[in-house]
Design a binder for this molecule. Sequence first.
Ligand code: HEM
Ligand code: HEM
Length: 175
Amino acid sequence: MSKPRSLLDTKNSFGWLSIGLHWFATFAIILLWFVGQSIASQSVEQIDVRRSLHITIGLIVWLPLVARLAWRYKSGHPRVNGQTLLEHRLAKAAHYVMLFVLMIMLLSGPLMAWAMPDRSSLSEFAFAFHSNAAKALAVLVVLHSLAALKHLMFHEDETVARIFLPRKDDAQDEE
Ligand code: HEM
Ligand code: HEM
């Protein structure tokens, strides 16, 4: 009657749920970013089609992305073996900033789509948030990926490996 331990996070390791949500979200966010970015450069006939495509993808992935935010909040942040408390807190803060910006995107997008037909100041307000948050998230994701690359190249730790595979000896970490 063993439960699949590696599904959930442990003290030092991400489980399959966190790993799956991380890579699903990465794919969805990058896709939405490029489709969103391309809306304004479309011809008059194409702009509505492209906007609808962005909104449709956004609505399909909305719930899994919210689940991703809730899961990270609930499950906490496993510490990398050998990491100091300060390093752990900095990494955690950087990740939470990204999730916060993602939350702004997930709120401002649907709000804008809903308020858009009557071109109210609410939709302009939501657009300003969505557009700036999109830029901020793009910068953060690039910095985040560079940080991952730095760990891969200059640190002999499991920071990168653990977002691909749960640790095999996890069972020893628990209780
Ligand atoms: C993480 C998720 C998302 C990302 C990265 C993203 C990215 C973008 C980007 C880059 C733009 C163009 C902004 C500009 O022109 O400055 C945009 C516009 C827009 N997005 Fe999103 N978006 C996301 C989620 C959503 C969701 C969930 C919805 C609604 C269901 C949505 C609705 C819209 C709308 C209505 C526009 C305005 C289109 C226009 O220019 O007329 N977005 N988004
Ligand atoms: C090519 C893109 C990406 C790469 C190479 C990458 C790499 C990584 C790595 C190596 C970790 C593990 C860090 C650790 O062990 O503590 C991680 C965790 C994390 N990444 Fe990414 N990442 C990417 C995209 C993204 C995106 C788009 C987001 C946007 C929200 C994001 C947010 C996070 C968060 C919040 C964590 C903490 C664990 C979690 O909640 O999933 N990452 N990433």
